[in-house]
Design a protein around this ligand. Sequence first.
Ligand code: HEC
Length: 188
Amino acid sequence: MTRPRVVAALSMALLSAACVAPLESGGGGGGGGGAPDSGIHVDAARAVDAAPTADQLVAEWSGCMTLDSFTAANMIAWANVATTLNQRCGGCHTGGAEGFIASPDPAIMFKAISEQKTFLLQYFTVDSAAGKMIVNTASFLGVNGSGHPTHPRFNAMVNAGMTALQAFYTTTAAKQAAHTCDPPRLVP
Ligand code: HEC
């Protein structure tokens, strides 16, 4: 009666041993490869030692964002978010004016925020204390604040763009956690 259980436990142990081994050799190989210039092996570099810098976090994040998840999240909703005077973000920011892009064209908008750090950082920012990327609510609250007295007002926290941004954040963070990101897309 107990035998099958023992056998099962044993094969589980063997399985987990088999699972661990390739990870270790893979890690060793990555470390040994050491190509600090390429910027591609962000994860391998991070695993070794120090916490990632803000620049590394942003670069890595740019490779975790994909056009597919951007489109699925409906990020182009930003183009149509309305101000209190019923102007649309895209009316002024379609082409990225003032360092903020809200385009109805997903390919154009994705390219801008994945390749240009200034555009990316309006939507996402680094939480240095937590050592990770977060949704940049401060940029939307800020542009409604006293520092921007003439900017059109809008509901910074509740709008279709923010809903899309949260969804895009979730899928992007999931790719990062699964280590399935592409190399950084940021253009230096
Ligand atoms: C009537 C034109 C106009 C519309 C509509 C508009 N903006 Fe702007 N936006 C500006 C201008 C001009 C600036 C730069 C001056 C300023 O910050 O007030 C700016 C700056 C910004 C910035 C950058 C602030 C910074 O300090 O980097 C953000 C973010 C932004 N807008 C978001 C939005 C969002 C989101 C919407 C839609 C809800 C929107 N804007 C609608 C004209 C507009």
